[in-house]
Design a protein around this ligand. Sequence first.
Ligand SMILES: NC(=O)c1ccc[n+]([C@@H]2O[C@H](COP(=O)([O-])OP(=O)(O)OC[C@H]3O[C@@H](n4cnc5c(N)ncnc54)[C@H](OP(=O)(O)O)[C@@H]3O)[C@@H](O)[C@H]2O)c1
Length: 225
Amino acid sequence: MGSNKKVLITGASMGIGRALAKKFLENGFFVIGTGRNSMIENFNDDNFYPLKLDISNSNSVKEAKNKIFKIFKSIDILINNAGIGPDLDTLFPDKESFTKTFEVNTIGTVFFTEFFIPLINNNGMILNISSKMGSIDFCKLTDSVAYRMSKSALNMYTKILANRLYNNIKVASIHPGWVQTTIAKSNINGRLTPEKSAENIFRFIQSDFQNGIFWNSENDTELSW
Ligand SMILES: NC(=O)c1ccc[n+]([C@@H]2O[C@H](COP(=O)([O-])OP(=O)(O)OC[C@H]3O[C@@H](n4cnc5c(N)ncnc54)[C@H](OP(=O)(O)O)[C@@H]3O)[C@@H](O)[C@H]2O)c1
């Protein structure tokens, strides 16, 4: 993939998404980065386009799609990174945080993706930033019910899309590692900086990865669903 390619990254205002946007810019891509506030600070780059998006709001999703179609016509890579974890580190499901989590991580991400699929060029990609916490095989704990379930459901969407789009778009779920972001209090202890995590994800995207895979980019291994 070269310099004229366009990558759309949701949740580019901070954390892993922001580091990913920087990584793609450094490597000559054109980056469309979303945030709920359209002003994404400190990106003074001609190859960066800030897009206002609340993925849990269907009007915002429609507006974002129409804008990108009008201005750019198409994209090459969609990185579904926007995600929340209000029940991370808590033990029992709570209806409010459960609903919010699914509205962003699952429902919002699915319908945002459905809107953008027609804009993705042949030989394009969709990367879902999932989590090892969404792996059913791997789960030995009982915490973070909504977060885990939202990512398991997202993983199923990865498989479904991989089956649907295999002729011209590659799809994968990625676990980005345990990263020092503000998604949960405990992430202050994360093993990776957002920059290191972005570097690993970028390397995976540049590789000839298998369509429909669930990948742990922290240690470069396939994850079981
Ligand atoms: N950090 C980790 O250790 C870790 C591990 C596994 C998986 N992940 C996954 O990696 C992804 C990024 O996480 P992170 O740790 O970088 O989190 P973060 O620092 O909290 O960033 C989350 C991003 O999502 C955006 N976002 C939140 N709600 C949104 C909404 N309603 N509409 C659109 N965008 C929204 C935020 O943008 P605004 O608030 O500006 O809108 C922000 O840019 C998430 O999907 C997360 O589940 C993280």
